[in-house]
Design a protein. Structure first.
Length: 344
């Protein structure tokens, strides 16, 4: 990841006028990286004297409730007072964190498009950013958006500007987007950043415990049900998929974030190369894809499900029934394998 001096100075000039109205946006179904990067970056901007509002389209997972200042995030879907819409309409700058296209904001997209005068700055690590941004810090070779935010803080202010509270958010994003530092661009620079965060005094075991050991009993039982009853294996044991309907999730008192990580589990099987999770929503089916090594699920998602993401972690949507979606997936996997997409 190489942040240029030109882009850094462009950002510095953009922020030099004091008391600007700034909105930080992140994607639908915000995860640890989205929330952690938003909270850390909002602290940076407030320390510069700007008025900042963090907005997400819908609720973040309950196991992130403990994060410092998370109560300041405005959830658009639950915002009956219209605070989010007003902040967006009045914004001088819109920072877009952890997504590569305005469409990823879903229910928020139309509201964003109303403001045609605000500068738009992208800070992200997904492939193929969409046009329409005034300044891009887009690095697909970065492990997380939190790592990009860390690098920007380092370039603009030095690491001494990182407080313990900021470090907690940045660490959570780095940890969760790398599967607890087990995949995705585990570079020496990333570990040097983690060392700096540790030096602020963060309690790393507690952060891990707060995120990974704070689920409900319902979530544990749902996971067992999904693995035991709903996991199917195809392509000679190299591809697995699971599906959950709304009534199945309700049976286990499903909460936002409960299915996070389910799609990764089949990859613990020795022969497995690719895994998929299908979650039914009222109007569509959300598809999560994971893979090992050179199996490119970003390519698969783009080709078959109008989605995208990273080489080993991507997603998409389907607007037909679950039965039709699974049938299409099975056929697509067969075609993908015939074209060499699953390797030897």
């Amino acid at each position: 990841m190489e942040i240029t001096h030109q882009d850094t100075e462009h950002l510095r000039r953009l922020l030099e006028r004091p008391e600007q109205r700034i909105v930080i946006l992140s994607h639908t179904n915000p995860d640890g990286d989205a929330v952690g990067s938003s909270l850390a970056w909002s602290t940076v901007l407030r320390n510069m004297g700007h008025r900042v509002t963090c907005i997400v389209p819908n609720r973040y997972p309950y196991f992130l409730d403990w994060m410092p200042d998370i109560g300041e995030i405005v959830i658009f879907k639950a915002d009956e007072e219209g605070r989010a819409a007003r902040a967006i309409d009045e914004a001088d700058i819109l920072f877009c964190l952890d997504f590569n296209a305005i469409s990823r904001l879903e229910i928020l997209s139309d509201t964003i498009e109303r403001n045609t005068t605000a500068k738009r700055v992208l800070i992200d690590h997904h492939l193929a950013p969409a046009p329409g941004f005034d300044l891009l810090f887009s690095y697909p070779d970065a492990s997380s958006t939190c790592f990009v935010v860390y690098a920007l803080i380092e370039r603009l202010f030095g690491t001494q500007a990182i407080t313990r509270e900021m470090a907690e958010g940045l660490y959570v994003g780095m940890m969760t987007d790398t599967g607890n530092f087990s995949f995705s661009f585990l570079t020496p620079a990333l570990y040097r950043a983690v060392a700096v965060l540790a030096e602020t005094g963060i309690d790393i075991p507690s952060l891990h415990n707060n995120v990974y050991n704070a689920y409900t009993e319902g979530r544990a039982r749902l996971f067992g049900y999904a693995i035991n009853r709903k996991m199917e294996v195809i392509e000679n044991g190299t591809v697995a998929y699971m599906s959950l309907m709304e009534h199945e999730m309700r049976r286990f008192q499903f909460q936002q974030g409960d299915s996070e990580g389910f799609v990764n589990y089949p990859l613990t099987i020795k022969k497995m190369k690719m895994s998929a999770m299908f979650l039914a929503h009222r109007k569509f089916i959300r598809i999560s894809l994971r893979s090992r090594g050179d199996v490119d699920v970003n390519l698969f998602a783009r080709k078959y499900f109008n989605g995208g993401g990273h080489r080993n972690a991507a997603g998409g949507k389907s607007y037909v029934s679950m039965e039709e979606t699974i049938a299409r997936f099975v056929e697509s996997v067969r075609e993908f394998a015939e074209e060499g997409g699953l390797g030897a």
